[in-house]
Write a protein that binds this ligand. Structure first.
Ligand code: RFL
Ligand code: PHB
Length: 389
């Protein structure tokens, strides 16, 4: 088989890139190790920056998000028993959109199917080859046979544990990493959200987040030790602990119900440099990970796609390599700023094992300053709604 761009990974990065390329008449094939339903079973991000919303619309897959996505003009920061609103819209001119990654992925998959895009699911052992020559190709196994896709470029959209970054480990790549000493226990439940906007809560017992997927579906998170397991947390224990970490007036309004998903995600900051190796590009989580506190992971995947799509469009349309040459530098400049923001939100809001009562007071003082200083609130809001591409 031959294509122009072979895309490894059918998560949000691979699907968004594939659709933008297809719309521009650039042929592409997407490969994924697992199947559609497995991918749609992963509960992940929930907050979209305006740039991500715009890209989904540009891809032609934005109709349902436009109709069902919840536009949020602000977020709440809770600490020391109180909560304060950061007015994102008035501070930056931009809101965020609450729309689940599962739904965004489903919309992109459906649109790809409707427009005749090629996706090969359950493709095992996908491997990029010869990406430092003029004739790169990808091999994969399916139904007991090894297949080969000849291409011009390979987009590594295969997430943090994928094969693409692993393939270039001995080619001068630098990895920058910080592991946090806790994880997030997330719960999804068909109950109305406790508040119409998100609440990020710092408390002496650890961080909590009140998020949502719709007016009838809530998503809540608790900071937990890495030694905890999701199975050991009953729903009742989760709701009890959440009530203790959020302000009393919010806890009183909390509606609880049976969980439909419960899982623990470790928190990590990671950036690989560079993101290009000949004709192989690393995109999204394949090249970087942020802790979820700033809601940046999916949005960074989208900005990577934007830069790479522009580069590939320039290559095929104007025979210019300037855009693909600039990809790694442009993407990394934005990635590092979002990594800084995610790290600082994580540091500000979580309980660290060694920080003690002094550390708690310092966090509360910083939060108090943040919510009462227009300049500091604006800096947070600018980063939260997304820095310009
Ligand atoms: P994905 O979504 O991991 O998709 C990668 C795809 O590649 C496939 N794959 C392979 N295919 C072929 N061969 C191989 N060898 C392969 N290895 C892997 C996988 O099956 C998969 O289908 O990466 P992508 O597309 O770059 O998208 C990134 C986002 O998924 C991620 O950044 C976000 O989910 C992060 N994130 C959040 N981001 C936000 O912007 N806002 C949020 O509110 C937010 N909340 C979150 C999050 C991530 C979380 N977890 C669980 C990590 C909340 C959580 C709890
Ligand atoms: C989510 O709803 O899953 C979510 C929202 C905001 C975050 C992280 C996750 O910062």
């Amino acid at each position: 088989m031959r294509t122009q761009v072979a895309i490894i990974g059918s998560g949000p990065s691979g699907l968004l890139l594939g659709q933008l390329l297809s719309n521009a008449g650039i042929d592409n094939v997407i490969l994924d190790r697992v199947g559609r339903e497995y991918i749609l079973g992963r509960i992940r991000a929930g907050v979209l920056e305006a740039g991500t919303v715009q890209l989904l619309q540009q891809a032609g897959a934005g109709a349902r998000m436009q109709a069902e996505g919840l536009v949020h003009d602000g977020i709440d920061l809770a600490f020391a028993g109180r909560h304060h609103r950061i007015d994102l819209k008035s501070l930056t001119g931009s809101p965020v959109t609450v729309y689940g990654q599962t739904e965004l992925t489903r919309d992109l998959m459906d649109h790809r199917e409707a427009t005749g895009g090629r996706t090969i699911y359950d493709a095992s052992d996908a491997t990029p080859h010869d990406f430092d020559t003029a004739r790169p190709f990808v091999t994969y196994d399916k139904d007991g046979t090894t297949h080969r896709i000849e291409c011009d470029f390979i987009a590594g959209c295969d997430g943090f544990h994928g094969i693409c970054r692993a393939t270039v480990q001995d080619r001068g790549i630098r990895n920058f990493e910080k592991i946090y000493p806790f994880g997030w226990l997330g719960i999804l439940a068909d109950i109305p959200p406790v508040h119409h906007e998100l609440i990020y809560a710092n408390s002496e017992r650890g961080f909590a987040l009140c998020s949502q997927r719709s007016r009838t579906r809530s998503r809540y998170y608790l900071q937990v030790p890495l030694t905890d397991t999701a199975e050991a947390w009953s729903d009742a224990a989760f709701w009890d602990e959440l009530r203790r970490r959020i302000p009393a007036d919010v806890a009183e309004r909390l509606v609880t119900g049976p969980s439909i998903e419960k899982s623990i995600a470790p928190l990590r900051s990671f950036v690989a440099e560079p993101l290009r190796f000949g004709s192989l590009f690393l995109v999204g989580d394949a090249g970087h990970i942020v802790p979820p506190t700033g809601a940046k992971g999916l949005n960074l995947a989208a900005s990577d796609v934007h830069y790479l799509f522009e580069g590939l469009q320039g290559f095929y349309g104007e025979k210019s390599e300037a855009g693909i040459d600039a990809y790694s530098g442009r993407a990394l400049a934005r990635i590092w700023k979002a990594s800084r923001f995610s790290w600082s939100m994580t540091t500000l809001l979580h309980k660290f094992p060694d920080s003690g009562a002094f550390g708690q007071k310092i966090q509360e003082a910083e939060l108090d300053y943040l919510v009462h200083s227009t300049a500091a609130s604006a800096a947070l809001a600018e980063n939260y709604v997304g820095l310009p591409y």
